[in-house]
Design a protein around this ligand. Sequence first.
Ligand code: SF4
Length: 352
Amino acid sequence: MFNPNQRARMLKKKLMRDNRYLLAKIGGAGQDPGERKVLTDYFRYKDYTDGSEWLKASEKEKWSDKFLGLGKDGFKKTEFQNPTYSAAYNLRRNLAEFSKVFTMQVAGCNYSCNYCFVPRKLNSADERYGRFFSAKEIVEEFLRIKKDSKEPMNVIRISGGECMIIPEIIIGVYNEIMKRSEDSYLWIDTNLSAIEIMEKEKNELEKVLSQKNVGVVGCFKGTTKEDFSLITGAEEKFYKNQFEATKFLIDLGTDFYAYIPAYIYEEKMAEEKLESFLFKLQKISRNLPLKLEVLKAEDFPAAKINFELAKKEGRTIPKTHQGYIFDLWHNKLLPKYYSEEELKKFCCEIRL
Ligand code: SF4
């Protein structure tokens, strides 16, 4: 098992050069679902709400419980509500304006998650699998592609990899957006590991993350330190980083969301583990569990390769059925601690 802080420091040196940032070359890399939605070699799009039922629904229906909770298959009806909903809610605009999300991946990650759908080479900060872009070039690419897009495209998403290893990219891209396209929304994905680096950039990050056209989602890995280590390959003692990073971001005034892949080892212990995880979130903020989405991990082509690599390291993926975790969270635990009225809200309507 490795030290993710050390890895982050090492990756940072390779991911930045002369105010330019190394982005992963997604095109042709065998990454799915990215493969299907590639815009150029370095940018793809994601439509968070691509179900045809959602697209046909009226604005009022889209904001109704028709799209909340679990579907007949036991998984979430809208796979993942944000950033479409958070942007529309915070900027008081229509949801359709935000369903197509321009996405880039920072080409390095300090975890090696066993379920990750990004090929490991794209997360290795290796120039052979990426290219350096300045913040200005990134926003120019966004504007060029947006101009030709049939659907509205108003969200820029910085994903990874882990972008908080180089928070400079977030600050740079936000400042460019405000110069060139201030009606856009910035969405950040983070694995909540790089708290040391985030603290060093506290002041600059605060200026950006406290704005209403910015949202952050933090991905928790595992409900216990043991599960965390099996999933990520990092030492158990770094499990707590995620909670510290979450508190740090919320204290900055960030519109913060969370998710956790539906991976829990030992089915018999799943309820107990999930409940104690819920208590940890409540300790940071009572309503935080209401802003957490359980994520279904899928066996995309690169994920299958990553499962096998992790297996060789003794880190198989859990056998617990993912639908069972959704059921526990939505039908048992949340109703135990929150009122019906609270459960009828979308994540973006919840205040921390
Ligand atoms: S799942 Fe996310 S945090 Fe984990 S290795 Fe992949 S990119 Fe990194």
